[in-house]
Design a protein around this ligand. Structure first.
Ligand code: ATP
Length: 337
């Protein structure tokens, strides 16, 4: 993947005194799936709507395949869209819903059957939306969006109205289909697991700006800022001191994500990087243990600090409250607050 399919350049959007977007830059490569992730109100939907042409930017430009489309109306941008839910026409069957877009663009109607097949709904062509589950309705919406062979596919929280199991299934399906058809895609979500699972790169947004744009593993393992470390996964805030290119925390020497001048700092350490081993001679003590399924979370008091460790559940019987434990930290890179 090289080149740029979609470029958002210096996008700003104000609503009265609210800066929904504040100088947002984003370049999406051809065929790439980027997930915009961030807390409610950070501007994700506004960015997607401006790219779609459903919202005007206060300033900035939108380029698709190098062409400035900032002033082009939505229906001339060649984008396919899937929203949260309930966007199908209730009086049209699944096939007719898919054909709707094809009619507008004068595409061959036979494509509707191909598209329903692509999303695993070939036997459901004659059903009306109320005869389909939420997940099936979203598959039809996806088929409708892809039928027109869009330049860009825009997905705005398409899974958030579905229950957990269907959400994971459909998430994997969307990724499979998107990879198969190779459509450049922007996926908006506030669910970190969803973003990490589905995207080539994740853009973490905060207050109208991109805080980090990187692969899922990089965002998780090497968060660029404390905000990213906090929003994507859990982090312990532990005091430490920077010495050269490492930070010393609870006796461990951990590499830094970004260089720091030195001195006392607060380091953000993932619970799964912390290990606790029973040791009657140790000074740290287990405060609480909670079972989460395959892993368990153990809270430990170490001197003045409280540390959360995530350990395999099989070890939980060894770690009831009051157990003396030795705390070790794996040398994974950490961000500083
Ligand atoms: P969510 O996950 O809750 O949908 P979001 O990250 O998608 O959040 P946006 O919907 O883009 O956020 O909104 C960004 C900011 O702009 C918010 O503070 C929101 O209240 C404000 N905003 C969005 N649309 C409008 C509007 N039409 N009028 C006034 N304010 C708006």
């Amino acid at each position: 993947m090289t080149g740029v399919a979609v470029k958002l350049e210096g996008l700003r959007r104000t609503f009265g005194t609210v800066h929904a977007l504040d100088d947002l830059d984003l370049a999406i490569e051809p065929g790439e799936l980027i997930a915009l992730l961030g807390p409610s109100g950070c501007g994700k939907t506004t960015a997607l709507r401006i790219l779609a042409g459903l919202e005007d930017a206060t300033a900035g430009r939108v380029l698709v395949d190098g062409k400035d489309v900032t002033r082009l109306p939505a229906n001339r941008r060649g984008m396919g869209m899937v929203f949260q839910a309930y966007s199908l026409f209730p009086h049209l069957t699944a096939a007719q819903n898919v054909e709707f877009g094809l009619r507008l663009r004068r595409g061959p109607l036979t494509r509707a059957a191909e598209m329903l097949d692509l999303v695993g709904l070939s036997g459901f062509a004659k059903r009306y939306p109320h005869q389909l589950s939420g997940g099936q309705q979203q598959r039809v919406a996806l088929a409708r969006a892809l039928a027109i062979e869009p330049r860009v596919l825009l997905l705005d929280e398409p899974l958030s109205a579905l229950d957990a199991k269907v959400r994971v299934q459909l998430r994997d399906e969307i990724r499979r289909i998107q990879t198969e058809v190779g459509t450049t895609t922007l996926f908006v979500t506030h669910d970190q697991e969803e973003a990490l699972a589905i995207a080539d790169r994740v853009g973490v947004m905060r207050a109208g700006r991109l805080e980090q744009l990187a692969t899922p593993s990089e965002v998780y393992l090497r968060p660029a800022t404390a905000f990213v470390a906090d929003f994507v996964g859990l982090s312990n805030r532990l005091s430490g001191s920077v010495n050269g290119d490492v930070v010393e925390v609870l006796g461990a020497r951990l590499p830094l994500v970004t260089p720091h001048a030195g001195g006392a700092v607060t380091a953000l350490v993932r619970p799964e990087a912390v290990d606790v081993v029973p040791d009657p001679e140790a000074t740290a003590t287990v405060l609480t243990s909670s079972f989460l399924g395959s892993t368990s979370r153990v809270t430990v008091s170490v001197g003045e600090q409280v540390v959360v460790a995530q350990v395999p559940s099989g070890r939980l019987p060894e770690l009831p409250a009051g157990t003396r434990v030795r705390v070790t930290i794996q040398p994974v890179a950490v961000a500083l607050e």
